[in-house]
Ligand binder design. Structure first.
Ligand SMILES: NC(=O)C1=CN([C@@H]2O[C@H](COP(=O)(O)OP(=O)(O)OC[C@H]3O[C@@H](n4cnc5c(N)ncnc54)[C@H](OP(=O)(O)O)[C@@H]3O)[C@@H](O)[C@H]2O)[C@@H](O)CC1
Ligand SMILES: [K+]
Length: 477
């Protein structure tokens, strides 16, 4: 599991550790990790042309000391000081190592940046407000116009660190090097999309529990409900799927494909006779009609045939349920729904919350949390990074998606798969986060060489799961 902490938590941990260490130790640890990451990124150091964009805080200090270390190894380092309060000892150290430092005019920042092999963004870090001042923005624009890669120190300057929002201008990084722990902006879009890959440098911080986490391959191995010797089709879990309509029969077939690719032992399909025929033709292993189930997945493609009374009844029953698409229409703020998982996209969540879609997209974490609290459900907000929030305030973010996943029916596959995980006994939080991870991993396999349809994604879920469950090469569990 990767964890993201708030600025307040990082500051407290930093203060605790600094009290035990000689002054400047943490910055030196950060700068060393940063210098190594920049060298690795470039593939060489000697003769590399490095430009540092340096703001008024310690983020700039990290950049300056990293620049000192690179200059000592033969890099040609220029620091563009964007504030007259730039870290003084850092500037002196860089200059003593043979680097140059001065205001944009003094160092000829435009020419230096245009000719650079890499630009290091030390404008602001965790002390920054969103947005960039005009002078900083101008230097960043030169780098962007000349396609010079930008390595962000801690985070791309200008993003909102604790929310992942980007209400104003910000740096678009090629790589981000962060310290101690991930920050929320590294996981949550739109800021996460501005980070590039994020490299974490350990500086020895001791941190409290994190408010936001992100599953990794090893977590999927730990959480996936692998059948045991004594398992039968019922104990593996039976899912009831209510999806599809005469208007959208395909949604039932696609959601079924997602569900059968998950861990359940059996799937009961509940829907119109003709749609059931289509589902059976595609998947002879399904059982049509109601019966005992361990969880329900309701909503994909129900259209006008949504039976609100029936769905409410199922929601009030003791089995956990997943609501998607049209099924979301039955959700209200009354009642205890802690065993319900909903899987809206930004448009659907915006309708539930009565706000504009663009606002949900810009403030994904905030709105996922708000909906979880308001409707007392676990919310999986789909998107390039998927946010999963529980009514008791836990958040997981899934970051392994591929843009190829933006295809019709992909949401139906996800609903079926997450429903399958719910029926196999996972909590709504685990079912949502494991489902989102496997769905994205399957999409990566399906779309390795180009576009893929939702059915092709569903067709790769089993292979993605198999690869993830392997403990070592060639040894499937
Ligand atoms: N924590 C740790 O464990 C470690 C932290 N370390 C490093 O320290 C960094 C945090 O340093 P920090 O606290 O000095 O804050 P930082 O973000 O550099 O500057 C804030 C100042 O910038 C200004 N400013 C604000 N917004 C702005 C904007 N949009 N555009 C322009 N300027 C803006 C504002 O000053 P003002 O303009 O108001 O005078 C504010 O005071 C952290 O990210 C990491 O890199 C490592 O060295 C070691 C371990
Ligand atoms: K930065």
């Amino acid at each position: 599991m990767r964890h993201a902490h708030t600025v307040e938590q990082v500051r407290a941990a930093e203060a605790d550790l600094m009290a035990k260490l000689p002054e400047g130790t943490l910055m030196q640890r950060a700068a060393t990790g940063l210098a190594v990451a920049i060298s690795n990124f470039l593939g060489y150091t000697y003769g590399a042309r490095v430009v540092l964009l340096v703001g008024s805080g310690d983020n700039g200090g990290d950049a300056l000391y990293a620049g000192q270390k690179l200059a000592r190894r033969g890099a040609e380092v220029t620091a563009v000081l964007l504030s007259d309060k730039a870290h003084r000892a850092g500037v002196a150290a860089l200059v003593a190592a043979g680097g140059r430092a001065g205001s944009p005019e003094e160092v000829g920042s435009v020419a230096a940046i245009a000719a650079a092999d890499v630009v290091v963004d030390g404008i602001v870090g965790i002390g920054g407000r969103p947005g960039l001042k005009p002078e900083a923005l101008a230097t960043v624009k030169v780098a962007t116009d000349h396609q010079v890669p930008i390595v962000a120190v801690d985070m791309p300057s200008g993003v909102d660190v604790d929310t992942g929002e980007t209400p104003a201008e910000h740096v678009q990084a090629t790589l981000t090097v962060t310290f101690g722990t991930h920050k929320i902006c590294h996981f949550v879009d739109p800021a996460a999309a501005a980070c590039g890959p994020v490299h974490l440098v350990d500086i020895g911080l001791e941190l409290p529990p994190a408010p936001v986490a992100s599953l990794q391959a090893a977590d999927i191995r730990d959480l996936y409900p692998v059948p045991r010797g004594e398992s039968d089709k019922y104990s593996r879990g039976v899912l009831g799927l209510m999806a599809g309509s005469s208007q959208y029969p395909g949604a039932a077939v696609i959601a079924t494909s997602g569900a059968l690719a998950g861990p359940i032992g059996m799937l009961r399909y509940v829907g119109p006779g003709k749609v059931a025929d289509a589902v059976r033709a595609a998947h002879p292993e399904i059982v049509a009609g109601e019966g005992r189930v361990q969880a329900w997945a309701i909503g994909s493609g129900l259209g006008d045939e949504l039976d609100i009374g029936k769905v409410r009844e199922l929601l009030d029953a003791e089995e956990p349920a997943l609501l998607d698409a049209d099924g979301l229409k039955v959700l209200d703020e009354s009642g205890d729904h802690t065993d319900v998982l909903i899987t809206p996209h930004a448009g659907e969540l915006s309708r539930l919350l009565g706000v504009e879609r663009g606002v949900v997209e810009a403030e994904r974490l905030r709105h996922a949390r708000e909906a979880a609290e308001r409707f007392d459900v676990t919310v999986l907000l789909k998107g390039s990074t998927t946010v999963i929030a529980t009514p008791d305030g836990q958040v997981r973010v899934n970051t392994n998606a591929t843009a190829w996943l933006a295809t019709a029916g992909a949401g139906d596959v996800l609903a079926g798969l997450c429903g399958s995980l719910l029926a196999a006994g996972l909590t709504p939080l685990d079912a949502g986060s494991v489902g989102a991870y496997l769905h994205a991993a399957a999409a990566r396999l399906a779309a390795a060489d180009g576009p893929a349809t939702a059915m092709q994604v569903a067709g790769k879920v089993a292979e993605a799961t198999r690869l993830l469950l392997r403990r070592d090469h060639g040894d499937p569990r």
